[in-house]
Ligand binder design. Structure first.
Ligand SMILES: Nc1nc2c(ncn2[C@@H]2O[C@H](COP(=O)(O)OP(=O)(O)OP(=O)(O)O)[C@@H](O)[C@H]2O)c(=O)[nH]1
Ligand SMILES: [Mg+2]
Length: 305
């Protein structure tokens, strides 16, 4: 995971700690760094931001000792990443659901949105398991009434987790399915409703309108964007659109287990300024981990030469 990003930073550190840097040379080193970030799925804007932070740390400074220069660079990057990356605490969400349910008796609806194949259905099941392990009773709403076999897929996963799943026929109104599930959760005194929705291969207006309608009708307390880390800039662009159209509270980034580049988390946080709640780390139901800023920073900056 994240080797690419680590290599980009290592390359930068190596350059600044082995060469005498004239202003001109420094610009060349910074440009190489910027391009290596971009090659590892860090968006254009976020790459510029990080590069600028390194430039500020080094520019105009005569730092004769190489080890001091390394510390300046890694210190600047550490600070910049601290600023860009945003994390949300899953235990905080559990507590909020619990408190909301005990004070109102109402289930807490959570809407999952995202592009086709990003991992929504799998993530809904993983989060259902996480919530169940934390003593909450989830109900799942199959509001993907669009894709062939989506309902069977969700039902099979829900069965493995051991949670109830509310569905209707294919072609049914996804918002009506969500409302149905919320009513069913209310009568069974379940704590939380997880609403799985459809994706489309092309992000289009229809899908965004459909999500907006579910939001209006089902009134979720939280909206979670599920994006595939491997798709890099596409995931960022989609997150931006879902945020503009539907409004997002959290991000879940999936497939981090196969993500050798590693820049998507930085890019998504930089673009939509929403915290990452979880990352997906595999296909199993327990392959879900809280997103830890300090862990990511350690992974890319730790033990550099
Ligand atoms: N390696 C890995 N695979 C994952 C992860 N999350 C999901 N997947 C896989 O990605 C594929 C698509 O996942 P789904 O959950 O069906 O994606 P979706 O967003 O619901 O897709 P649509 O319903 O078609 O929009 C499946 O094969 C999942 O097993 C992850 O964190 N790591
Ligand atoms: Mg799905």
């Amino acid at each position: 995971m994240l080797e690419g990003l680590r290599r980009a930073i290592r390359g930068l550190v190596e350059s600044v700690t082995t060469e005498e840097l004239t202003e001109e040379k420094l610009e060349g080193v910074l440009e190489d760094f910027r391009l290596s970030l971009i090659a590892n799925e860090v968006s254009l804007e976020a790459s510029e931001f990080l590069t600028e932070r390194v430039r500020e740390a080094l520019r105009g400074k005569r730092v004769p000792r190489f080890s001091d220069r390394r510390d300046l660079v890694t210190g600047a990057l550490r600070k910049a990443l601290e600023e860009v990356l945003l994390e949300a605490d899953p235990d905080g969400l559990v507590e909020e659901i619990r408190q909301s349910h005990s004070s109102s008796g109402e289930p807490f609806p959570v809407l999952f949105v995202g592009p086709n194949g990003g991992g929504k259905t799998t993530t809904v099941a993983k989060i259902a398991l996480f919530l169940k392990r934390n003593g909450l009773i989830p109900v799942i709403a199959c509001s993907d009434t669009f894709r062939a076999a989506a309902i069977e897929q969700m039902r099979a996963l829900a069965e493995r987790v051991g949670v109830r799943c509310v569905s209707q026929k294919y072609g049914a109104d996804p918002a009506a399915v969500a409302v149905d599930a919320i009513a069913s959760a209310r009568s069974s005194r379940a704590h939380v409703v997880l609403i799985d929705t459809a994706g489309r291969s092309e992000l289009n207006r229809n899908l965004l309108e459909e999500m907006r309608k579910i939001r209006r009708v089902a009134m979720p307390r939280r909206v979670i964007y599920v994006g595939d880390a491997l798709t890099g800039n596409a995931a960022v662009e989609q997150a931006r659109q879902f945020d503009a159209y539907v409004g997002l509270d959290y991000v879940v980034l999936t497939k981090l287990d196969s993500d050798v580049k590693g820049g998507t988390a930085i890019s998504v946080c930089y673009a939509v300024r929403k915290p990452i709640l979880f990352v997906g780390t595999g296909q199993d139901l327990s392959d879900l981990a809280p997103f830890s800023k300090s862990e990511i920073i350690e992974r890319v900056l730790g033990e550099l030469p």
